[in-house]
Design a protein around this ligand. Structure first.
Ligand code: NDP
Length: 241
Protein backbone atom coordinates (compact mmCIF):
# COMPACT_ATOMS: atom_id res chain seq x y z
CA UNK A 1 0.00 0.00 0.00
CA UNK A 2 1.40 3.37 -0.93
CA UNK A 3 1.77 5.97 1.80
CA UNK A 4 -0.56 8.96 1.99
CA UNK A 5 0.76 12.53 1.86
CA UNK A 6 -1.15 15.76 2.43
CA UNK A 7 0.37 19.02 1.19
CA UNK A 8 -1.13 22.33 2.31
CA UNK A 9 -1.08 25.03 -0.34
CA UNK A 10 -0.29 22.10 -2.58
CA UNK A 11 -1.85 23.32 -5.82
CA UNK A 12 0.43 26.27 -6.58
CA UNK A 13 4.05 27.36 -6.36
CA UNK A 14 6.40 25.34 -4.17
CA UNK A 15 3.47 23.27 -2.87
CA UNK A 16 2.50 22.14 -6.38
CA UNK A 17 6.08 21.02 -7.02
CA UNK A 18 6.03 19.14 -3.70
CA UNK A 19 2.70 17.43 -4.50
CA UNK A 20 3.98 16.32 -7.91
CA UNK A 21 7.33 15.09 -6.57
CA UNK A 22 5.61 13.04 -3.86
CA UNK A 23 3.23 11.59 -6.45
CA UNK A 24 6.19 10.65 -8.65
CA UNK A 25 7.83 9.04 -5.60
CA UNK A 26 4.79 6.77 -5.24
CA UNK A 27 2.70 8.49 -2.57
CA UNK A 28 -1.05 8.94 -2.74
CA UNK A 29 -1.25 12.72 -2.55
CA UNK A 30 -3.95 15.18 -1.52
CA UNK A 31 -3.41 18.92 -1.82
CA UNK A 32 -5.20 21.71 0.00
CA UNK A 33 -5.60 25.31 -1.08
CA UNK A 34 -7.08 28.49 0.32
CA UNK A 35 -9.26 30.11 -2.33
CA UNK A 36 -7.86 30.01 -5.85
CA UNK A 37 -10.35 27.56 -7.38
CA UNK A 38 -9.08 28.12 -10.92
CA UNK A 39 -5.48 27.19 -10.07
CA UNK A 40 -6.67 24.16 -8.09
CA UNK A 41 -8.85 22.91 -10.96
CA UNK A 42 -6.00 23.34 -13.45
CA UNK A 43 -3.64 21.50 -11.09
CA UNK A 44 -6.05 18.58 -10.65
CA UNK A 45 -6.64 18.25 -14.37
CA UNK A 46 -2.87 18.27 -15.01
CA UNK A 47 -1.90 15.82 -12.25
CA UNK A 48 -4.99 13.88 -11.19
CA UNK A 49 -4.24 14.96 -7.59
CA UNK A 50 -7.43 15.77 -5.69
CA UNK A 51 -7.59 19.21 -4.09
CA UNK A 52 -9.50 20.33 -1.00
CA UNK A 53 -10.39 23.91 -0.08
CA UNK A 54 -10.23 25.18 3.47
CA UNK A 55 -8.24 27.77 5.39
CA UNK A 56 -5.36 26.45 7.48
CA UNK A 57 -6.07 29.38 9.80
CA UNK A 58 -9.35 27.72 10.89
CA UNK A 59 -8.81 24.83 13.32
CA UNK A 60 -12.28 23.31 12.94
CA UNK A 61 -12.03 23.46 9.15
CA UNK A 62 -8.65 21.67 9.34
CA UNK A 63 -10.10 18.92 11.53
CA UNK A 64 -13.07 18.40 9.23
CA UNK A 65 -10.97 18.62 6.08
CA UNK A 66 -8.40 16.14 7.34
CA UNK A 67 -11.17 13.70 8.31
CA UNK A 68 -12.50 13.97 4.76
CA UNK A 69 -9.07 13.38 3.19
CA UNK A 70 -8.52 10.35 5.44
CA UNK A 71 -11.95 8.97 4.52
CA UNK A 72 -11.10 9.44 0.83
CA UNK A 73 -7.53 8.09 0.64
CA UNK A 74 -6.51 6.80 4.06
CA UNK A 75 -4.62 7.86 7.19
CA UNK A 76 -2.07 10.59 6.61
CA UNK A 77 1.52 9.38 6.85
CA UNK A 78 3.21 12.55 5.60
CA UNK A 79 2.03 16.07 6.33
CA UNK A 80 3.71 18.95 4.52
CA UNK A 81 2.84 22.30 6.07
CA UNK A 82 3.55 24.53 3.10
CA UNK A 83 0.63 27.02 2.89
CA UNK A 84 1.79 30.54 3.58
CA UNK A 85 1.16 34.18 2.87
CA UNK A 86 2.94 37.51 3.09
CA UNK A 87 1.46 40.85 4.18
CA UNK A 88 4.60 42.93 4.04
CA UNK A 89 4.91 46.35 5.62
CA UNK A 90 7.49 48.29 7.58
CA UNK A 91 6.63 47.79 11.22
CA UNK A 92 5.63 51.39 11.90
CA UNK A 93 2.96 51.02 9.22
CA UNK A 94 1.98 47.41 9.93
CA UNK A 95 -1.64 46.99 10.97
CA UNK A 96 -2.80 44.53 13.64
CA UNK A 97 -4.72 42.80 10.81
CA UNK A 98 -1.53 42.30 8.77
CA UNK A 99 0.17 40.87 11.85
CA UNK A 100 -2.72 38.57 12.74
CA UNK A 101 -3.38 37.27 9.25
CA UNK A 102 0.21 36.14 8.80
CA UNK A 103 0.52 34.62 12.29
CA UNK A 104 -2.85 32.85 11.91
CA UNK A 105 -1.89 31.33 8.54
CA UNK A 106 1.86 30.75 8.75
CA UNK A 107 2.19 29.77 12.42
CA UNK A 108 -1.19 28.80 13.87
CA UNK A 109 -1.94 27.09 10.54
CA UNK A 110 0.89 24.67 11.26
CA UNK A 111 -0.60 23.86 14.68
CA UNK A 112 -4.09 23.58 13.19
CA UNK A 113 -2.98 21.05 10.59
CA UNK A 114 -0.56 19.02 12.69
CA UNK A 115 -2.70 18.61 15.80
CA UNK A 116 -5.48 16.60 14.09
CA UNK A 117 -3.03 14.16 12.46
CA UNK A 118 -0.72 13.73 15.46
CA UNK A 119 -2.65 11.11 17.48
CA UNK A 120 -3.10 8.89 14.44
CA UNK A 121 0.62 9.07 13.64
CA UNK A 122 1.42 8.19 17.27
CA UNK A 123 -0.98 5.24 17.21
CA UNK A 124 0.46 3.93 13.93
CA UNK A 125 4.04 4.55 15.13
CA UNK A 126 4.94 6.35 11.93
CA UNK A 127 4.75 9.89 10.69
CA UNK A 128 6.55 12.60 8.82
CA UNK A 129 5.80 16.27 9.45
CA UNK A 130 7.67 18.66 7.19
CA UNK A 131 7.29 22.39 7.78
CA UNK A 132 8.17 24.89 5.09
CA UNK A 133 9.66 27.82 6.98
CA UNK A 134 11.84 30.48 5.34
CA UNK A 135 15.27 32.09 5.25
CA UNK A 136 13.51 35.13 6.67
CA UNK A 137 12.51 33.16 9.75
CA UNK A 138 16.22 32.41 10.27
CA UNK A 139 17.71 35.85 9.67
CA UNK A 140 14.76 38.26 9.95
CA UNK A 141 13.78 40.64 7.14
CA UNK A 142 12.90 44.33 7.25
CA UNK A 143 9.29 44.78 6.17
CA UNK A 144 8.41 41.28 7.35
CA UNK A 145 8.23 41.40 11.16
CA UNK A 146 5.01 39.37 10.97
CA UNK A 147 6.33 36.82 8.47
CA UNK A 148 9.75 36.48 10.13
CA UNK A 149 8.12 35.95 13.54
CA UNK A 150 5.75 33.28 12.20
CA UNK A 151 8.46 31.45 10.27
CA UNK A 152 10.87 31.53 13.24
CA UNK A 153 7.99 30.19 15.34
CA UNK A 154 7.65 27.28 12.91
CA UNK A 155 11.28 26.35 13.61
CA UNK A 156 10.71 26.32 17.39
CA UNK A 157 7.58 24.22 16.86
CA UNK A 158 9.58 21.79 14.71
CA UNK A 159 12.28 21.29 17.35
CA UNK A 160 9.84 20.86 20.24
CA UNK A 161 7.57 18.45 18.40
CA UNK A 162 10.52 16.41 17.10
CA UNK A 163 11.33 15.55 20.70
CA UNK A 164 7.74 14.52 21.40
CA UNK A 165 7.43 12.40 18.26
CA UNK A 166 10.80 10.65 18.35
CA UNK A 167 9.81 7.57 20.35
CA UNK A 168 6.62 7.22 18.34
CA UNK A 169 8.41 6.93 15.00
CA UNK A 170 7.44 10.42 13.91
CA UNK A 171 10.03 12.80 12.51
CA UNK A 172 9.43 16.53 12.38
CA UNK A 173 11.70 18.67 10.22
CA UNK A 174 11.76 22.05 8.53
CA UNK A 175 13.01 23.41 5.26
CA UNK A 176 14.05 27.04 4.97
CA UNK A 177 13.96 28.05 1.32
CA UNK A 178 15.67 31.19 0.17
CA UNK A 179 14.17 33.09 -2.76
CA UNK A 180 12.31 30.64 -5.00
CA UNK A 181 10.80 31.69 -8.32
CA UNK A 182 7.09 31.42 -7.49
CA UNK A 183 4.26 33.94 -7.70
CA UNK A 184 5.02 35.03 -4.12
CA UNK A 185 8.49 36.14 -5.19
CA UNK A 186 7.53 37.28 -8.69
CA UNK A 187 5.16 39.74 -6.95
CA UNK A 188 8.28 41.64 -5.86
CA UNK A 189 8.94 44.46 -8.39
CA UNK A 190 11.31 43.20 -11.11
CA UNK A 191 13.80 46.02 -10.51
CA UNK A 192 14.06 45.10 -6.81
CA UNK A 193 14.37 41.43 -7.71
CA UNK A 194 17.13 41.93 -10.30
CA UNK A 195 19.07 44.72 -8.63
CA UNK A 196 18.71 43.91 -4.94
CA UNK A 197 17.71 40.31 -4.37
CA UNK A 198 19.42 38.14 -6.99
CA UNK A 199 22.83 39.83 -6.41
CA UNK A 200 22.61 38.71 -2.74
CA UNK A 201 22.36 35.05 -3.79
CA UNK A 202 25.85 33.57 -4.30
CA UNK A 203 24.65 31.01 -6.86
CA UNK A 204 23.33 33.97 -8.90
CA UNK A 205 19.75 32.87 -9.47
CA UNK A 206 16.44 32.20 -7.78
CA UNK A 207 15.80 28.67 -6.58
CA UNK A 208 13.39 26.35 -8.39
CA UNK A 209 10.31 24.94 -6.60
CA UNK A 210 11.49 21.45 -7.60
CA UNK A 211 14.70 21.98 -5.60
CA UNK A 212 12.60 22.34 -2.44
CA UNK A 213 10.34 19.46 -3.47
CA UNK A 214 13.31 17.09 -3.66
CA UNK A 215 14.25 17.98 -0.07
CA UNK A 216 10.70 17.10 1.00
CA UNK A 217 10.80 13.72 -0.77
CA UNK A 218 14.05 12.92 1.03
CA UNK A 219 12.76 13.96 4.48
CA UNK A 220 9.60 11.90 3.91
CA UNK A 221 11.57 8.78 2.97
CA UNK A 222 12.65 5.90 5.20
CA UNK A 223 16.25 6.94 4.49
CA UNK A 224 15.64 10.08 6.61
CA UNK A 225 14.40 8.17 9.68
CA UNK A 226 17.29 9.35 11.88
CA UNK A 227 16.81 13.01 10.94
CA UNK A 228 14.42 14.87 13.20
CA UNK A 229 14.21 18.39 14.61
CA UNK A 230 16.48 19.61 11.87
CA UNK A 231 16.31 22.31 9.25
CA UNK A 232 17.43 22.02 5.66
CA UNK A 233 18.67 25.42 4.56
CA UNK A 234 18.15 25.73 0.79
CA UNK A 235 19.00 29.29 -0.21
CA UNK A 236 21.80 29.27 -2.80
CA UNK A 237 24.38 30.23 -0.17
CA UNK A 238 22.66 33.45 0.87
CA UNK A 239 22.70 32.81 4.59
CA UNK A 240 24.38 30.25 6.83
CA UNK A 241 22.97 29.29 10.18
P1 NDP B 1 2.33 30.80 -3.30
O1 NDP B 1 1.78 32.13 -2.95
O2 NDP B 1 2.78 30.55 -4.69
O3 NDP B 1 1.29 29.65 -2.87
C1 NDP B 1 0.79 29.65 -1.57
C2 NDP B 1 -0.12 28.48 -1.39
O4 NDP B 1 -0.67 28.52 -0.05
C3 NDP B 1 -1.32 28.53 -2.31
O5 NDP B 1 -1.68 27.19 -2.69
C4 NDP B 1 -2.43 29.11 -1.44
O6 NDP B 1 -3.75 28.73 -1.81
C5 NDP B 1 -2.08 28.50 -0.11
N1 NDP B 1 -2.66 29.26 1.00
C6 NDP B 1 -2.46 30.54 1.34
N2 NDP B 1 -3.18 30.87 2.41
C7 NDP B 1 -3.87 29.76 2.76
C8 NDP B 1 -4.80 29.44 3.78
N3 NDP B 1 -5.18 30.35 4.70
N4 NDP B 1 -5.31 28.20 3.83
C9 NDP B 1 -4.93 27.26 2.93
N5 NDP B 1 -4.07 27.49 1.95
C10 NDP B 1 -3.54 28.73 1.86
O7 NDP B 1 3.53 30.57 -2.26
P2 NDP B 1 4.95 29.86 -2.45
O8 NDP B 1 4.80 28.61 -3.21
O9 NDP B 1 5.91 30.87 -2.89
O10 NDP B 1 5.32 29.54 -0.92
C11 NDP B 1 5.02 28.28 -0.33
C12 NDP B 1 5.60 28.27 1.07
O11 NDP B 1 7.02 28.49 1.01
C13 NDP B 1 5.05 29.38 1.96
O12 NDP B 1 4.91 28.90 3.29
C14 NDP B 1 6.13 30.43 1.92
O13 NDP B 1 6.12 31.24 3.05
C15 NDP B 1 7.38 29.57 1.84
N6 NDP B 1 8.53 30.24 1.27
C16 NDP B 1 8.50 30.71 -0.02
C17 NDP B 1 9.61 31.31 -0.54
C18 NDP B 1 9.65 31.79 -1.93
O14 NDP B 1 10.69 32.35 -2.30
N7 NDP B 1 8.63 31.61 -2.74
C19 NDP B 1 10.83 31.50 0.25
C20 NDP B 1 10.76 30.95 1.57
C21 NDP B 1 9.64 30.35 2.05
P3 NDP B 1 -4.47 29.44 -3.09
O15 NDP B 1 -3.85 28.82 -4.29
O16 NDP B 1 -5.89 29.10 -2.91
O17 NDP B 1 -4.19 30.90 -2.97
Amino acid sequence: MSKVALVTGGSRGIGAAISKALQEAGYQVAATYGGNDEAAAAFTSETGIKTYKWSVADYDACKEGIAQVEADIGPIDVLVNNAGITRDSMFHKMTPEQWKEVIDTNLSGVFNMTHPVWSGMRDRKFGRVINISSINGQKGQAGQANYSAAKAGDLGFTKALAQEGARAGITVNAICPGYIGTEMVRAIPEKVLNEKIVPQIPVGRLGEPEEIARCVVFLASDDAGFITGSTITANGGQFFV
